[in-house]
Design a binder for this molecule. Structure first.
Ligand code: NAP
Length: 544
């Protein structure tokens, strides 16, 4: 693949021309840049933020930290990087993760190819020139042969349009757009809207040092203990020596975590034995209680009810006020059909005298006023309102840009009835566009860096193959795309996910098509399918 395209940039008023443009300098975009540079390509990354890190750059709310074991989250491709970096905790906090990604960017000299403060507004395919024309909000324009989006799964924040939202006179922010500075809340009245994984971390931390905290919860979640702790010197040495084994384990497990489902059914053991197993998993770190549990908890409602009831019992034990405990107890969905929040004292936060839980199911928000939040029951004065209301997940970051394929077709129109992709990596009618961690991709239900690396390596191999075979254009066929969509729907139809409203299903955004947005078959099966397509000469794609 030539990088001579820069030479075509003879006219200084013409846009820059690159072999590839990457949108996003998060963990996947950074690695994609690294791999494409290795192929000798001229690459430009456009990044909306003023630094690298993606999720870890934007989400700086109090309490933000890993739910993946720190050492399973870092890049696996560089033994040297892994050796140089010491994670301080088994589940590290946001500032440390951001420092890690900044360190990686320096180690691999990535910054020189990244344009920061450059949010992409448009990406249009120029059929004649066989180039993507990418334009940022500030009007910077560049062209490239390949366009790769690495925009993340959860990067398009969703703030509900509650009446009076703009009237509020205090400070107000979404968790992904919070202040990039420490905030003293000790004399503040804080209202948090939401009770998902973000809110659970935020509430636990804020409750420790706040004047008054009021939580506005619509749906109670099943939360499980993170069981975090610092990494001591001995563990550090052992961890570093076992990186190879650890990453290999992550390659083999369903969600690319250290945990994997127990092949037994919940009913293969006695009630007493099951309780002992649940208790053991409850005390394990990370997602073990969810992803290391009996395999049929995600497919059999009866098996699921055994674990749901176990968690309900734990909530009752930990929350002093039985009325509050009942409000925090989920009864309207199966355990694990929403992303399970990991917590470190979340339930105990509600035992503090300055923390109040408002149940929006029985007393919905009527409006936001100049001084707080008013439910149908009463007004709650707030100095700060924090929206922990989630994201237009998976598709939102792509459809919020004006991406147009070869016939001028807009991606948001093509996806009006739900996303259509091939392998979650390409879209028919959008040649040479690759969507790393895209829709219907295993990466949406995964320890993201592990699946992201698989995506990036597949895309890089494909681009290398194109160069080696003097090919200039690759596009998925409509038939391949349709078969992939049907496969994704078939896989998820054997699980309980479809019955629950969650971002997995796109059901958290009013008006969004209800459809499972990921690939529910797990990383090993997904990788096998991607590899088989490549081995068959990129079956399902048209290469020219
Ligand atoms: P979320 O799981 O979608 O939760 C959003 C919350 O806002 C829900 O409680 C939702 O209630 C509520 N909400 C939305 N609209 C509302 C409205 N109009 N009125 C009242 N409440 C409303 O979003 P999230 O908590 O930001 O988490 C998103 C994902 O980010 C997680 O699932 C996870 O994958 C990721 N995350 C990862 C980490 C980590 O790895 N460390 C940490 C945090 C988050 P309903 O449930 O009733 O809709």
């Amino acid at each position: 693949m030539s990088s001579a395209s820069r030479a075509a940039h003879a006219n200084s008023t013409a846009p820059d021309i690159f072999d590839a443009i990457i949108i996003g300098a998060g963990i996947c975009g950074m690695y994609q840049l690294y791999r494409l540079r290795e192929l000798g390509l001229a690459v430009r990354v456009f990044e909306a933020g003023s630094g690298v890190g993606g999720t870890w750059y934007w989400n700086r709310y109090p309490g933000a930290r890993f739910d993946s074991e720190s050492y399973t989250y870092g890049y696996s491709f560089s033994a040297s990087l892994a050796e140089q970096w010491d994670w301080s905790e088994h589940f590290s906090a946001q500032p440390e993760t951001l420092r890690y990604l900044e360190f990686a960017a320096q180690q691999f000299d990535l910054l020189k190819d990244i344009q920061f403060n450059a949010r992409v507004a448009q990406a249009h395919y120029d059929k004649q020139a066989k180039q993507w024309i990418v334009t940022t909000h500030s009007g910077v324009q560049a062209r490239a042969h390949y366009l790769i989006t690495a925009v993340g799964v959860l990067s398009a924040p969703y703030t509900p349009s509650i009446s009076g939202r703009d009237e509020f006179q205090g400070e107000s922010w979404h968790t992904a757009h919070g202040p990039h500075r420490a905030i003293d809340l000790s004399d503040k009245r804080v209202g948090v809207i939401g009770a998902g994984a973000t809110a659970v971390q935020l509430i636990t931390e804020v409750a420790k040092n706040v004047g008054q905290l009021t939580v506005f919860q619509r749906t109670a979640n099943f939360c499980i203990p993170l069981n975090n702790r610092p990494i001591n010197t001995h563990e550090q040495t052992t961890l570093k020596a076992s990186y190879g084994v650890m990453f290999e384990r992550c390659r083999q497990t369903f969600g690319a975590f250290l945990h994997d489902f127990d092949p037994r059914s919940a009913f293969d053991v006695s009630d007493q034995e099951r309780e002992i197993i649940y208790e053991r998993l409850w005390n394990e770190p990370g997602f073990g209680f969810w992803l290391g549990n009996f395999h049929d908890i995600v497919s059999d409602p009866r098996a699921n009810e055994t674990i749901a009831e176990f968690v309900r019992k734990k909530i009752r034990q930990r929350v002093n006020d039985p009325v509050v405990a009942e409000r925090l107890t989920p009864r309207d969905h199966c355990f694990g059909t929403k992303r399970v929040p990991l917590e470190s004292g979340y339930y105990e936060a509600y035992n503090r005298p300055n923390v109040e839980l408002v149940d929006l199911k029985s007393t919905p928000i009527e409006q936001i006023t100049a001084t707080g939040i008013k439910t149908v029951e009463r007004q709650y004065p707030c100095d700060i309102i924090i929206f922990a209301t989630g994201f237009d997940a998976v598709t939102g970051a792509l459809t919020r840009m004006d991406i147009r394929g070869e016939e001028g077709i807009a991606l948001k129109d093509k996806w009006a009835d739900g996303p259509r992709t091939y392998l979650g990596l390409q879209i028919a009618g959008f040649p040479n566009l690759f969507t790393v961690v895209g829709a219907h991709n295993a990466a949406n239900f995964c320890n993201v860096p592990r699946c992201g690396e698989q995506n990036v390596e597949w895309v890089s191999d494909c681009i290398r193959y194109m160069g080696e075979h003097q090919l200039t254009r690759i596009t998925a066929t409509v038939d391949a795309e349709e078969a992939w969509r049907a496969h994704c729907e078939d896989v998820v139809s054997h699980t309980l996910f479809g019955a629950t409203d969650s971002w997995f299903m796109g059901a958290n955004i009013p008006g969004k098509k209800r459809m499972f947005l990921g690939y529910g078959g797990g990383l090993p099966r997904y990788r096998e399918k991607c590899d088989a397509v490549a081995a068959a000469g990129y079956q399902g794609f048209i290469l020219e």
